[in-house]
Ligand binder design. Sequence first.
Ligand code: SF4
Length: 72
Amino acid sequence: MQVSVDRDRCCSSGMCVMNVPAVFDQDEQDSLVRLRQTNVQPDQFEDVRLAAELCPGGAITVTEDGAGQGGA
Ligand code: SF4
C-alpha cells in the first residue's frame, strides 16, 4: 500500500497525525500534513485507510498494491 497527501487540501486538523503518527506528521511551520513514509506497513493498513476516510480535507490518497507483486 502506498499513501500520498495533497498539502493544498489539508486543513491542518491533525487527525491523521493523532491516528497514525508513524505515517503522518505535521509541519512545524505551517501545520500542514507531512508523510514520514510512503510505503505503508501491513500492520498499518487499516489505520491508514481509516485516516484517509476521516480526513476532513480529503487530502489523503491510499493506493492499494494491485497485481504484479508477490506472485502466486
Ligand atoms: S487529517 Fe487530513 S486535513 Fe487533517 S492534518 Fe491530516 S491530511 Fe490534513
